[in-house]
Design a protein around this ligand. Sequence first.
Ligand code: KG4
Ligand code: ZN
Length: 339
Amino acid sequence: MLILGIETSCDETAAAVVRSGREILSDVVASQIAVHSPYGGVVPELASRKHVEAILPVIREALDRAGCCAGDLDAVAVTQGPGLVGALLVGLSAAKGLAYALDKPLLAVNHLEGHMEAAFLDKERPEEPFICLVVSGGHTSLYLVTPDGSSRCVGSTRDDAAGEAYDKVAKLLGLGYPGGVIIDRLARRGNPAAFDFPRSRLEKGSLDFSFSGIKTAVAYFVKRYGPPVPEGKGETPYRLEDLAASFQEAVVDVLVEKTLEAAERYRVRHVATAGGVAANSRLRERLEEECAYRRLQLHVPSIRHCTDNAVMIAAAAYRLWLREGFTPDPLDLDAVSRM
Ligand code: KG4
Ligand code: ZN
């Protein structure tokens, strides 16, 4: 079962050919970071235009690297949502065109189900039930995946996603975009206990998150002590590494705490994480320690497959096929920004 996956929900144009949900024959990602960097965040209109330019070369490269031609494919899988609607439409239109021209089934995939699939690309999927923390630039939610294969959201952010908080704090500090990986790198040389930022725990028993408070706390910190001074232009009155590490520790504390609480409440033995922020070194380290201590089995994607990619879309489509049988989606399918 050879599936071409296509992903254009945000700022990566991606295509991949995956055999039977597992064997990655190609994995192509064209990043738009350089385009959005000057704005400190994704500009939706620019994202759509760049997807239009990149989509056909990226698909062609995915087929070439896989050593196959379009006619060898058994199906075309594509992200239907959630995401930026103009960006989604580019991938969806390309996928529909291909499916129609090849007379092959079109398979629509939920981007978040794709992210979750990434945790099991190179190892056996555990028996359900399990808890998955999906944590990215657009989403921060806890899912309970049940034996019938469906996922129920048991907690979600009420304001910013964790990745969004990373990106906004990095912008505030003039560090560049996307902020997560920059803060992660700085934090490795910092003291996480240097500054005490708030951990938003909401009401007792809630598995929801809130990250807008910590972003505001960093804004107040910068207002009080001043923004980082560029190199050669004086001295910053605090260690930027300490600020990064303290901010990160507050975010990771809450993510880990709620994930473990969910695992305990739903009595699962397996915990997974996925999405761009799952690439964070401190989050991975803390989850490993805490899960080992509680004898929970932890499943994390490779760093490459944490951020947006098309392998996860092809793999999720294959699972959907195993679970629900092969029902092609109609060619008048629309993109859905919120799913
Ligand atoms: O999954 P993704 O590529 O796109 C969405 O679906 O949102 O996630 C991108 C997010 C960005 O906010 C980025 O800053 C964050 O993931 N991110 C990280 C790291 N790498 C990427 N956040 C923290 N630490 C990282 N190492
Ligand atoms: Zn994503």
